[in-house]
Design a protein around this ligand. Structure first.
Ligand code: CDP
Ligand code: MG
Length: 138
C-alpha cells in the first residue's frame, strides 16, 4: 500500500470543484486517509515546490498556490501515486486524456486544479509538508 499527496489547488477550491474531485478519488477506489484545508504562505509554497526552483514558472506558480486555500489529502491504495496521476491527467490540460480531472476542469497549464506526487520520494517529502503521522488514519 502506497500513499501519495493530493492537493486541490486554489483554483479548484474557489470554483467549487472539491466535491467533483473527491467523488472521482473515491469512485476510483483510492482511500482518503488525511485531509486539511490551508492557506499556504509564499515561503511554504516555495519550500513545497523547491524542486522547481529556477524554472521560469516558479514565481507565478508559488504565488498562485498561495492565492487562496488549498485542500490537501493523503491518498492510499495499491499504486496510489500512479493511479492518482492518471486520474489527474497531463500537466498541460490541452494534452490531458479525456475523462481526466485536468482535461475536464483545468483552465490553463498553471491553473490545473490538482496536484499529485510523482514518485515515492516526492510523496514522502510532500506528505510531511502537510501532515504528521498522527494526522494520517492509515
Ligand atoms: O503538477 P505536475 O506534476 O503535473 O507538473 P510539474 O511539471 O511538476 O509542475 C508543477 C506545476 O507547475 C504544474 O501542475 C502547474 O501548475 C505549474 N506549471 C506551470 O505553471 N507552467 C508550466 N510550464 C509547467 C507547470
Ligand atoms: Mg510535479
Amino acid at each position: 500500500m502506497i500513499q501519495t499527496l493530493a492537493i486541490i489547488k486554489p483554483d479548484g477550491v474557489k470554483r467549487g470543484l472539491i466535491g467533483d474531485v473527491i467523488k472521482r478519488i473515491e469512485e476510483h477506489g483510492l482511500r482518503i486517509v488525511a485531509m486539511r484545508m490551508m492557506l499556504l504562505s509564499k515561503e511554504r509554497a516555495e519550500f513545497f515546490y523547491a524542486a522547481h526552483r529556477g524554472r521560469k514558472f516558479y514565481d507565478s506558480l508559488t504565488s498562485f498556490m498561495c492565492s487562496g486555500p488549498c485542500l490537501a489529502m493523503v491518498l492510499m491504495g495499491e499504486n496510489a501515486i500512479g493511479r492518482w496521476r492518471e486520474l489527474m491527467g497531463e500537466t498541460d490540460c490541452t494534452q490531458a486524456a479525456e475523462g481526466t480531472i485536468r482535461r475536464d476542469f483545468a483552465t490553463d497549464i498553471q491553473k490545473n486544479v490538482v496536484h499529485g506526487s510523482d514518485s515515492e520520494a516526492a510523496a514522502i517529502f510532500e506528505i510531511s509538508c502537510f501532515f504528521n503521522r498522527f494526522e494520517i488514519s492509515a
